[in-house]
Ligand binder design. Sequence first.
Ligand code: HEC
Length: 160
Amino acid sequence: MSATTDSEFSIQKIMSWGLLIALGGVATVLALVSIASAAKGSKPIDEEASNSRIAPVARVEMAAPSAGAAAGNRSGEQIYKAACTACHEAGVANAPKLGDKAAWAPRLALGLDGLLKSAIAGKNAMPPKGASDANDTELARAIVYMANKSGASFKEPAAK
Ligand code: HEC
């Protein structure tokens, strides 16, 4: 009786030790695999980091000139954003706001030529040419840009 219990006990002991060793082995393998993959994964990052460490201090990036960006041939949007937005975005000094159809409607009746004339000459608080260095074509484009966002459907004048 006691002999059987002893042998059963020792079998249990052996089995549990075996289980422990097996689990330990599995854990070791998993740990090694994760270390290996971590080492693998970190390699490109290290390369990147060392690349940036040895990179030149300053880098000059040349922006590709965008079409129509040259002074004298700027788009209506470019002129608007550079020179007209200061007053026409918020409606400073009662300037007709971009997109405000009610404010633009009576002005649109002047037509593009009429609006261009008053923009070139200036009108009340509106300085001549909106105080910009735009030529007449650019000015007309800026007016078309503004007017077409405010209820008009003017055709943009071709470049001269
Ligand atoms: C300093 C402020 C200011 C700037 C900058 C400005 N405007 Fe104006 N603009 C006005 C005001 C104020 C009016 C309204 C004038 C009025 O009818 O009394 C006006 C009116 C106009 C009108 C309508 C004219 C008419 O006959 O009703 C046009 C077109 C116009 N601006 C175009 C432009 C363009 C294009 C630019 C940029 C190149 C520009 N404005 C920049 C203040 C400005």
